[in-house]
Every structure is written in C-alpha cells, then in structure tokens.
Design a protein around this ligand. Structure first.
Ligand code: ADP
Ligand code: 5GP
Length: 255
C-alpha cells in the first residue's frame, strides 16, 4: 500500500449522516441474517463471507483533527508488516497527487448510490457534499488474505463498524489537552484562526465519543503514543483465537 491520504482540508461536520446504520444483509452470501447482540468470531467470519480458518483483524482509529493520527498511523502501517490502510470509497474529487485505488477509490454519485442500494458498504457517512464509505467486498478480500486492516475513519462511521463487527478493535487517539491540540493545529500551519476555532468545537464533540472505544491512547510524547498503538496491534495478534492454529502446528512437531 502506498502513501496514505493526506490530512483533511476540513474537519467532518457534526451533521454527518447518522441515519444509516449498517444492515447485515450480504447479497452475495444469501438471505439476511439479523445481527442481535455480540457476534462470535465464527459469526463475524460468516458475515464477512470468509471461510478461511484464520483471517486478519480490523483496527479502527479515530481522533480529533490535529491529534497526530496521520503521523502515528502512517508510521504504524510502515513499520508493522501485515498491517495495511483501508482504502475507502468517496464521491469527493481527488486532490492533487491523490491516486485512485491508493488514497481512495474515487467514484461518482451514481456508483455510490448503487453500492448503498446493493448493501456493498460496511458503513458510510456524508461530510458536507461528499460521501465516504468502507467497501465490504474490498475488506473481505483483504481479510481473507490474512492481513490486518487499519480504518482511519471519523467517529460516526467508526461506531457503525463496531455495531456491525464487534470484533473490530477500536482505538481513539487523544491529544493531551485542548491547548496542545490548538497548538498542533497552528503548528501545522494549514489553518487560520476561524478554522482552528471550528476544529476545536468539532474536536470537543468527537472527544466525547472516546468513551465508546476499546483503547484510548494519549498522544503527548509521540514515541510513547506510538508504542501504545503498536502494543494494541501486537496484543490483538497474540490472541488465542488468532494463534490457535499456529500453536497446534507447533504442538504437532512434538509428535
Ligand atoms: P491528524 O492526522 O490527527 O490531523 P497530524 O498527524 O497531521 O494530525 O499531526 C498534527 C501536527 O501535530 C503535525 O504537525 C504533527 O507533526 C504534530 N504532532 C503529532 N504528534 C505529536 C506529538 N506527540 N508531539 C508534538 N507534535 C506532534
Ligand atoms: P478527506 O476528504 O480529508 O480525505 O477525509 C475527510 C474525513 O472523512 C476524514 O475524517 C476521514 O477520516 C473520513 N473518512 C475517510 N474515509 C472514510 C470512510 O470510509 N468512512 C468514514 N466514516 N469516514 C471516512
């Protein structure tokens, strides 16, 4: 996977579409099966259509703009073999330097509508005039190959992923304080005072969502924060459910 998408030019607005929870119907797999309560790993695999004994994990990373998410996520993907960025579908036009199939799959409104109608998106949101969504088929293909996937998505979409796939590992990156967040936004030099005020207001709203995530990492000292995120990925990979077949293979060598 190449370069990750650049830092958003504008923060997603709180008025993102909240009315599209994920539904469990998977057309290519037959009839819908209702999701009720927590799903077991085997049910999640069924839902994703992955019949392989071992599949990758999904990590969802959210943070208020300026918290350091891109900096840490890029390093995590670069330094963790077998971890790739999710490539979302979007109706927004590519920015200079962005490549179809690398930062995003850039599609038109009709294609996005069709994906929604066919329930091909795990989750999607509208941010101002643009829509963004995670493709089920793409995700399924990657997971089937055993790679882990990092979804860098905003909080509304993140919560819908968690509803659909409770096994997803949810990570929220916090700035150490509002003051430091404002400093980082200013230090990045891509925002004026009005934009910073808008981002800070939205950041507060997003920070409230942190309590719904599984892991909270404070990005004060960058190295410490990085090690915290890396530890989450490595701990997930060491789970018995993921390691069981490896352990059995090792056990066989004792025969
Ligand atoms: P996000 O992707 O969350 O919007 P960035 O990764 O672009 O944030 O980081 C925002 C700014 O803060 C960048 O200038 C980055 O270099 C800086 N930064 C990130 N982490 C730290 C840190 N732990 N300490 C100081 N500055 C940081
Ligand atoms: P940008 O247009 O700047 O690339 O992204 C705008 C916002 O959309 C960012 O906060 C980014 O995390 C979010 N985003 C990108 N892809 C997806 C997606 O597939 N689903 C959701 N829910 N948000 C996304």
């Amino acid at each position: 996977m190449g370069a990750h998408r650049s830092t958003p030019a504008c923060t997603p607005h709180p008025s993102v579409n909240l009315s599209k929870p994920v539904t469990p119907k998977v057309p290519f797999l037959g009839p819908a099966r209702p999701i009720s309560g927590r799903l077991s790993i085997s049910e999640v695999r069924w839902w994703l259509g992955v019949a392989l004994p071992q599949t990758g994990s999904i990590f969802v990373l959210s943070a208020p703009s300026g918290a350091g998410k891109s900096t840490l996520a890029k390093r995590l993907v670069a330094e963790t073999p077998g971890l790739i960025f999710s490539i979302s579908f979007t109706t927004r036009p590519p920015r200079p330097g962005e490549v179809h199939g690398r930062e995003y799959f850039f599609v038109d409104d009709a294609t996005f509508d069709q994906m929604i109608a066919e329930e091909g998106l795990l989750e999607w949101v509208q941010v101002y005039a643009n829509r963004y969504g995670t493709g089920k088929a793409w995700l399924r293909e990657q997971l089937a190959q055993g790679v882990d996937i990092l979804l860098d998505i905003e909080t509304v979409g993140a919560m819908n992923v968690k509803k659909a796939l409770p096994e997803a590992v949810m990570i929220f990156l916090l700035p150490p304080s509002a003051q430091v967040l404002a400093q980082r936004l200013r230090g990045r030099g891509d925002t004026d005072d009005a934009q910073i005020a808008l981002r800070m207001a939205h950041a507060r709203h997003e920070m409230e969502q942190a309590f719904h995530y599984d892991h909270l990492v404070v990005n004060d000292d960058q190295e410490t924060a990085y090690r915290g995120m890396e530890a989450i990925v490595l701990a997930e990979r060491a789970r018995r459910a993921r390691m069981e077949s490896t352990a059995r293979q090792i056990l066989q060598t004792f025969n």
